[in-house]
Each structure stands twice: as C-alpha cells, then as structure tokens.
Design a binder for this molecule. Structure first.
Ligand code: RAM
Length: 335
C-alpha cells in the first residue's frame, strides 16, 4: 500500500512536471538586426562582437548580422526590405546615406520595427535615435591636431575618406574644414579630398593617386579604419615613410605594423565593441518600451550607463582615444 501510494505520488509529480513542460513554451527570441555599411570591415566585426555581448547579457535576443558587400545605400535598402518581411523586432544600422534610407526606415517603423542608427546616422525622420561614438567636433578637431603636429603646422594635406555619401565621414570632414580656418592652421593647405569607399583596393589606389599627383604632400588624414590602413600601405610602398605622414581613425589591431614602420605616428578611435554593445542595448530598450524617443529621453546602454537624447534624437558615447607606439600593441589585442 505504502509503495503504491509512493508510486502514485511520483506519477503525479511527473505528470505535473510534464504539464509544466508543455505550458511553459520557450519564450520567443527578440530579433535585432545589425545592418552595417558593408561586410568584411574589421570595425563592424568588432561592433558585432559588442552586439553579441549585449544579446547574451540581456538574454533571449538573437542578433542578425548583415550588410551589403560594398557600402551602398541601395544595398542597405534591399536588406532593410527583407528584414521588414522577416518581421524583426529592431534594426540597428550604420547608414551609407543620411537621406536615401529614410523612406525604407519609415516603412519599417510603421510596421512596429524599432530603428536605431549608430556610427553613421540616418536622417531624424528615419530612426528612433542615433548613437554617435563621440562628439563630432571632438572627432574632427582631433584629426586636424594630429595631422598638424606631424606636419609642423605647415604644408599640403589631403583627406582619404570612405564613401562620398557617408553621414559620419562627411560630418567629420565638415568639422575638419572649419577647424582649418583657425589662424593656428593658416600654414596648412587642404589640396584634395578623395573617396576609397571603405574598400581596401580602391582606397589604396586613391592614396597612390594622391601621392603621385601631389609630390609635396605632407600628410593624409583617413577618417576611416579601412582608408587609414590603405593609405599607410601606399606611403610605405612608395618609399615615402618619414616624408608623408598618415593619421586619422584606425583600429589598433590593423595599425600596429604601420605605427612600427613609421608611416603613422598617432591615430585615434573609440571602442567599436562598446559602440555595438550600446546600440544593441538601446535598441532592446525601445523594443521593450523602456525607452522613448524625443529630446531629453534617457536610454539605458547597459554596462556603459545611460545616454540622453538631444533635440535631434542623438546621443554620444565618450571621447576618442589616441594611439601611438607606446600603447598600440596593448590595444591591438582588443580591437
Ligand atoms: C570605417 C567606417 C565606420 C567609421 C570608422 C572610423 O570602419 O567608415 O563608419 O566609423 O571607419
């Protein structure tokens, strides 16, 4: 009798457990798409690493990492269209054009998909918020300061940018041109601005073109992690190390060798892992309704604290960091 009772009790517990197993359906995953300017760019691979970190910290979040093979707005429009059909919960995008992506982003938002731009902004009508890596003035001025130091304040300077429509690079180039108007930079002449489209081969060809058509060139600023590597390689290949200096924004992991060779003395960047992490975390805050769009709204960015949206629905993380022979090796292990 006793045994029978025990068996019955065990069966009941088993049945309950079974029932619980049935009713407790696996919660649906929140799907956040990280749409980058183009695939194969180490900067965005690092941002992806940060996005995955945010996803695993939050739990129940799936990251879809995608982007066109070359940085075009058309390629991103196609991708966003497909993501709308897939009914993802949020799109976190670094835009190849501030305006061209607004209509498709609006369509996504009208279907309830949250759209956050990060790194390179979509115009205000096409996103819930824009997360800047840092303040644009700081980023622009820093690059002029680094170039001016290498040029001893005088001579010819050129810019090798990413794609011609990139929101972020165009913003920074605007600040650089303004900064060059200051009396302390009167001796510096900006002789050309060219575009390598964040493609290594095109950036390299453009850099070679600059070096050959401007024999008195003293510095190249590449405000792109792809461009700065290509420009450094071009300077080395043309035997111009020590005569032409390269600076701008680069990844320590990709730049350590060029700092060693002397083609680059100093460059800057923010932490791309943190940027991807923060943008993904913010997107999730919008999905869950914890964050609201609009000036003054506070948006949590997880382990990085919180950011406050300005009148344009934008927020920024910390200042860029400078790298040189003294610290590049250490950071090369991180990103
Ligand atoms: C490239 C991309 C990216 C930019 C960095 C500095 O990887 O153009 O948008 O933020 O450089």
């Amino acid at each position: 009798m006793k045994i029978k009772q025990l068996l019955l009790a065990a069966a009941a517990v088993g049945a309950l457990a079974g029932l619980a197993g049935c009713s407790e359906e696996k919660p649906e995953q929140t799907r956040i798409a990280l749409v980058v300017k183009s695939l194969g760019n180490g900067f965005f691979d690092a941002a992806h690493q940060g996005a995955r970190e945010a996803a695993s910290q939050i739990g129940g979040v799936e990251i879809i990492y995608t982007g066109p093979t070359t940085p075009s707005a058309e390629g991103q429009i196609e991708i966003v269209n497909a993501l709308i059909s897939q009914k993802v919960d949020a799109i976190v995008i670094s835009a190849n054009d501030p305006d061209a992506l607004v209509p498709i982003a609006k369509k996504a938002m009208s279907r309830g998909i949250k759209v956050i731009s990060f790194d390179s902004a979509i115009g205000p009508g096409g996103r819930q918020m824009q997360l800047n890596p840092s303040n644009a003035m700081l980023i622009g001025e820093k690059q002029i300061q680094m170039a001016a130091a290498e040029m001893n304040g005088k001579g010819e300077l050129a810019i090798l940018s990413a794609s011609s429509q990139a929101t972020n690079q165009n913003l920074w180039i605007g600040v650089m041109k303004q900064t060059l108007q200051r009396p302390e930079y009167a001796g510096i002449k900006l002789v050309a601005t060219v575009y390598g489209d964040d493609q290594s081969d095109k950036s390299y060809r453009e850099a070679i073109g600059l070096l050959r058509s401007h024999p008195n060139l003293k510095a190249i600023i590449a405000p792109t992690t792809v461009g700065i590597v290509a420009a450094s390689k071009a300077v080395a290949d043309e035997n111009l190390v020590g005569k032409v200096f390269v600076t701008g924004l680069g990844l320590p992991s990709e730049m350590a060798g060029h700092v060693k060779s002397g083609a680059v003395r100093e460059f800057a960047i923010w932490n791309p892992i943190d940027l991807g992490y923060a943008a993904t975390f913010a997107a999730h805050e919008f999905v869950t309704g914890k964050a609201g769009a609009g000036a003054g709204a506070h948006v949590s960015v997880g382990r990085l604290g919180s950011v406050t949206l300005d009148a344009n629905g934008e927020a920024a993380l910390g200042p860029p960091f400078t790298y040189n022979a003294g610290n590049v090796e250490k950071f090369a292990k991180l990103f």
